[in-house]
Design a protein. Structure first.
Length: 165
């Protein structure tokens, strides 16, 4: 149990560091609202190492703390929606068993962007924002691929961690 708490703290801290690094580069390739999502790699790793509850804890704590430190209430609302929905989708895809870590991440990246778009439509009360959906789905696919490859590499290098849990 102590090891699990230590890993949760360590991965939350890593996610916070990655959130901070990413906050230094607010726009990914000049397209508003698109970021790589480096911190999401820690949630994905937790999903595979310790399961949904641990991944959920790391995600929620990271989103709230990062929002207060590097963002605002709107960024917290967008990020929470994206984090919760993407984690639910990733957990479902992992449970199905025929997706790789990268495939699960791609589904999560696309789900994250869909949830954020729904929150944006709700907050600004403008359905025309859905025209942005193809761009967000493509960016979710690309960023999900990158994060999935990164997370898969991390998981391959942590076999001894799995054994200690």
């Amino acid at each position: 149990m102590k090891a699990k708490v230590a890993y949760l703290g360590m991965f939350t801290a890593l996610a916070m560091i990655l959130s901070y690094v990413e906050s230094l580069f607010p726009v990914f390739y000049g397209i508003p609202g698109i970021k790589l999502g480096l911190a999401n790699s820690m949630s994905l790793v937790m999903l595979y190492l310790l399961g949904v509850p641990s991944a959920f804890c790391v995600s929620i704590v990271r989103v709230v703390l990062s929002g207060f430190l590097f963002g605002n209430l709107f960024s917290i609302a967008y990020s929470l929606a994206g984090a919760v929905f993407s984690l639910a989708v990733m957990a479902a895809m992992k449970r199905l068993g025929f997706f790789s870590v990268t495939g699960v991440s791609i589904c999560g990246g696309m789900a994250h962007n869909i949830a954020q778009l729904i929150v944006a439509v709700f907050l600004v009360e403008n359905l025309n924002l859905f025209y942005y959906l193809p761009v967000l789905l493509l960016s979710g696919l690309v960023t999900g691929l990158v994060i999935g490859l990164l997370s898969s590499g991390i998981l391959k290098r942590l076999p001894q961690m799995r054994d200690s849990l």
